[in-house]
Design a protein around this ligand. Sequence first.
Ligand code: PLP
Length: 403
Amino acid sequence: MTISGAWRRTARGAGLLAADGTVAASIFAEMSALAVRTGAVNLGQGFPDEDGPAVVLEAARQAISDGVNQYPPGRGQPVLLEAIARHQQRFYDLPVDPGSEILVTAGATEALAATILALIEPGDEVVTFEPFYDAYGGLIGLGGGIHRTVPLRAPDFQPDLDALRAVVTDRTRLIIVNDPHNPTGTVFPRHTLELIVELAHRHDALIVTDEVYEHLTFGAPHIPIATLPGAWERTITISSGGKTFSLTGWKVGWLSAPAAIVTAILAVKQFLTYVNAAPFQPAIAVGLDLPDSYFAHLASGMMHKRDVLAAGLRAAGFAISVPQGSYFIVADATPLGFSDGAELCRQLPALVGVVAVPITAFCSPAHRAEYAPLLRFAYCKKEALLDQASSQLAALSRPWARE
Ligand SMILES: *Cc1c(COP(=O)(O)O)cnc(C)c1O
């Protein structure tokens, strides 16, 4: 066995490499390439097509001019740590110590990576809901963990609570909760979050919450699990400046947790990126201190976009589940006569000039079949683009026009 053969086998063991040594086929890359090649409207990838607040952009330019360009402190710049603490207090009444209970990361992705790698041993079980954000599967594999899932099923994508009770056991080390949820747009009610806390206590598990869509809920305000009784001591709360300020390319995220847990995660994070985004950190701090009206407009604007695309998808003949949060809407292609969402996604650019991704991209191989006819469309786009996509999608409801 050559050395290269050995490392390939290792990466393949974590599901990251295909048998031929290429990066395991990502439907996201395939669909984005298809969008570029065909000029189709790309509602596949979840990034906004308008940049965040001008004052935040200006603060980053200013920071560069002011010479904030070298390695920041390992936990993050104090100005950002303090702004994060103020944000948790203002929106959630959650007191967090900026000096010891917060860690700034390279996006929510690095927060997830450092958390999972720091807190699991090979063979530990990690519970997520399914469909799941694709990074969870990859990171659990890198940590040598065993991934267990609780299904979220159409039309409301709420978990069956008995199924949740059955999956969490004494072997469970982490329960990862993404609320509001990507890709389904579902928001968990308080009693589900309370059950998660109860199960974590009973089985001595830790809770990791991916709250990157915390400011993108369209009904009841977001409930961070860490605010529930008995939860803070065993919860790692993760957020993303990319999602909250429409600045996904800046990759500024953070987590908060009890000091000892933050220290354990910092021990891993120092050897991942060490630190990141020096001039963007004070800019995100400016964003976090924006008035309540910024956050309210972000949500109401996104809710309007949701409604525009929902109407377009309904008119095209999809059965849709109206999301209560996030950037995404799930559409069922069954009423249109399609049973294979991945195949439909490959045809959609030629049929109607629109790109989406199949929900099966967020599922483990064993569970793909039950999600096969579902597609995810992103609505974090300009209204004119959503209107254009809607009118193009309408051709799907006129099969004679599909040629
Ligand atoms: C976008 C996203 C992330 C990654 O956030 P970054 O800050 O870009 O790393 C993590 N989790 C979910 C559910 C997301 O949608």
